[in-house]
Design a protein around this ligand. Structure first.
Ligand SMILES: C[C@@]1(CC(=O)O)C2=NC(=C\c3[nH]c(c(CCC(=O)O)c3CC(=O)O)Cc3[nH]c(c(CC(=O)O)c3CCC(=O)O)/C=C3\N/C(=C\2)[C@@H](CCC(=O)O)[C@]3(C)CC(=O)O)/[C@H]1CCC(=O)O
Ligand SMILES: NC(=O)c1ccc[n+]([C@@H]2O[C@H](COP(=O)([O-])OP(=O)(O)OC[C@H]3O[C@@H](n4cnc5c(N)ncnc54)[C@H](O)[C@@H]3O)[C@@H](O)[C@H]2O)c1
Length: 241
């Protein structure tokens, strides 16, 4: 994999297949579940955590040996969005890869990165913020170590911070018609010391005051009949900061 292409995939409600029921399969199932996927696991045996998820109907477990003929028919069309080959049998994993690739389904082969059409990075999550680290398979434990460093650097406050930026950005998109003005505002917002406010516990009060000030500075655009934030009003808000 010379130049892997990083993307964020929406797996919500999509059906994914994991073959194998050991600790590696379990790790992939847990991250797929976080993404809201509907998961089927085919394996001869399952870890306790997988059994537990199965008994709570969070995933579907099929206790059987991987059967190419059967899987071949269930892989037709676009039944599975993703497949993970996670058995401890390299030949079986390669067989799964061949079948999935033939159907045009993205497949992760846990023991043969060179066969995989995608590999899974190590991640830090803070609400909407996802920081993904990959070494392209060179050293998964190095990816994990780097993530541990990022985990300390980007604390829990980033979740609220991103929520706020997203909310204010949507507000500005609605209330500021000029594109360049909007871009300038988005850049300025990043210079505000919001993270410190969240850490100090003064953020909620500050946010309320900011929105009050924004509402106060809103002017009616005679042409569109919409309330807008004028550039001069934004300067007042900036000074408020
Ligand atoms: C990030 C993470 C995500 C996840 O699995 O969800 C992930 N591996 C993690 C951990 C981890 N994996 C291994 C160890 C033991 C120490 C070591 O060997 O270093 C540890 C460390 C640990 O467990 O702490 C062993 C290992 N891994 C692979 C092989 C096969 C091979 O290299 O041939 C072998 C050797 C097996 C053997 O020889 O027996 C292959 C892959 N592992 C990948 C991902 C993909 C590349 C990621 C990248 O670097 O970009 C890739 C290519 C395919 C894939 O799985 O997608 C997850 C961290 C989760 C977290 O953040 O907590
Ligand atoms: N990608 C990674 O992050 C990573 C990390 C460590 C190890 N590995 C590799 O992943 C493989 C799996 O690791 P593990 O610790 O989960 O292994 P494991 O031995 O604990 O589990 C293997 C699972 O595959 C099932 N299985 C074996 N043959 C099967 C078949 N024909 N049909 C259906 N199910 C079958 C077994 O029943 C078992 O549940 C290892 O062989 C190793 O090479 C990958």
């Amino acid at each position: 994999m010379k130049h892997p292409y990083p993307i964020m995939v929406n797996l919500s409600g999509r059906t994914c297949l994991v073959v194998g029921g050991g600790l590696v399969a379990q790790r992939k199932v847990q991250s797929l579940l976080q993404a809201g996927a509907a998961i089927t696991v085919i394996s001869l045996s399952f870890t306790e955590a997988l059994m537990d998820l199965g008994s709570r109907s969070e995933i579907v477990l099929c206790r059987q040996s991987f059967d190419p003929a059967r899987l071949n028919s269930s892989l037709n069309g676009s039944r599975y969005t993703l497949v993970v080959a996670a058995t401890n049998d390299a030949l079986v994993n390669a067989q799964i890869e061949a079948l999935a690739s033939r159907e045009g389904i993205l497949v992760n082969v846990v023991d043969q990165p060179q066969l995989s059409s995608f590999i899974v990075p190590s991640v830090v999550r803070r609400g909407k913020l996802v920081i993904a680290v990959s070494t392209g398979g060179a050293s998964p434990s190095a990816a994990r170590k780097i993530v541990q460093e990022l985990d300390e650097r980007y604390g829990e406050e980033y979740e609220l911070y991103l929520e706020f930026l997203s909310e204010l950005r949507l507000f500005i998109q609605k209330k500021v018609m000029d594109k360049q003005e909007r871009q300038r505002m988005f850049k300025e917002m990043l210079a505000w010391d919001i993270l410190a406010r969240i850490r100090e516990g003064t953020f909620e009060r500050w946010k309320e005051k900011l929105y009050d000030a924004l509402e106060k500075e809103m002017r009616l655009n005679e042409q569109t009949g919409e309330a807008e934030i004028s550039p001069s009003a934004w300067s007042a808000i900036r000074d408020f900061e």
